[in-house]
Design a protein around this ligand. Structure first.
Ligand code: PXG
Length: 287
């Protein structure tokens, strides 16, 4: 496996960065998780835009422009001869000293691109639907660490994942500090009620799969709405599913022990999954 590291393709065994990198010491960095389907990097422009937006807010300079980043991703995919892949782009602050001041990081940010595979949930969960649980850890406050930033600081989500796993669940439903539904640890949540597709606007990452699904729904004349959502509304939804680059679209059939409708993946959900898979190899950057 070849890894892109600061302009070079190196063997996995040689892909190393300093332990003084502030990405390692403090989680000071940004990342993206992207997928390619049949030699098409799905929504690559949107992923790159989000990466640079997070870096901008973090006042972190990415030593490549967006065009060079696109080329670096494509080059790594080609070097590994992957037609369907999971792509992880990581840009960390770079080597500094043992203090968190990023101005002390004199070197450049480290740019790493890994192209591999990812299996987030077992296949049968995509067919039968998944059972999730609300966890005690709430999603970060936007005033403290905005969930819209896809930074290397994922402890908030990791805590939630641990809490779900401790209770025997594959995924956690996270609420915001007010108790409204926010998202899951690496996925956005949708419910369908009386023909309207609803997803929370609060305390969540603006998922690229989330946006793609809303666009597909609009095309299919399904009303979409971003609004505050309570757990009661989730429990009493007609359908529920999660979206994410790694997860794609996965039906949810039970939440906190409450069956969603008849406990089977919903019709609209299955239709959206089909529509989604019809665009993944088309919409994006081909290589
Ligand atoms: N919310 C959070 C907190 C995420 O991290 C999403 C929503 C979905 O966004 P996209 O843009 O992918 O539709 C994410 C993305 C993993 C993993 O290993 C998770 C994500 C991406 C890549 C890998 O669990 N989450």
């Amino acid at each position: 496996m070849k890894i892109y590291l600061n302009g070079k393709l190196v063997d996995k065994s040689q892909a190393k960065v300093s332990v003084f990198d502030h990405g390692y010491l403090y989680g000071d960095g940004v990342f993206e998780g992207i997928r390619s389907y049949k030699r098409n990097v799905f929504k690559l422009k949107e992923h790159i835009d989000r990466l640079y937006e997070t870096a901008h807010t973090m006042m972190m300079n990415i030593p490549l422009d967006k065009k060079q980043m696109t080329q670096a991703i494509v080059q790594t995919l080609k070097a590994n001869q992957l037609s369907d892949a999971y792509i992880r782009v990581v840009v960390s602050r770079g080597e500094g000293d043992l203090g968190l001041d990023p101005r002390k990081c004199k070197g450049k940010a480290n740019v790493v691109i890994i192209t591999d595979k990812i299996v987030l949930y077992p296949k049968e969960l995509y067919q039968n639907g998944m059972d999730i649980i609300t966890v005690p850890t709430t999603r970060n406050l936007a005033e403290a660490l905005n969930p819209q930033l896809k930074s290397l600081n994922y402890l908030n989500n990791i805590f939630a994942k641990i809490e779900a796993a401790n209770s025997g669940y594959a995924e956690a439903l996270m609420l915001d500090a007010q108790g409204y539904v926010a998202e899951c640890t690496g996925d956005n949540i949708f419910i369908l009620k009386n023909g309207e597709l609803v997803t929370p606007p609060n305390a969540c990452l603006r998922g690229i799969t989330r946006n793609a699904v809303m666009a597909l729904a609009k095309k299919d004349k399904i009303a979409t709405n971003e609004k505050l959502t309570t757990r009661h509304e989730v429990y009493t939804a007609d359908e529920c599913f999660l979206t994410g680059t790694a997860a794609e679209i996965i039906p949810i059939v039970k939440v906190d022990g409450r069956l969603i409708a008849n406990g089977k993946p919903g019709k609209a959900t299955l239709k959206l999954i089909k529509a989604f898979h019809a665009i993944t190899a088309k919409d994006g950057v081909k290589y």
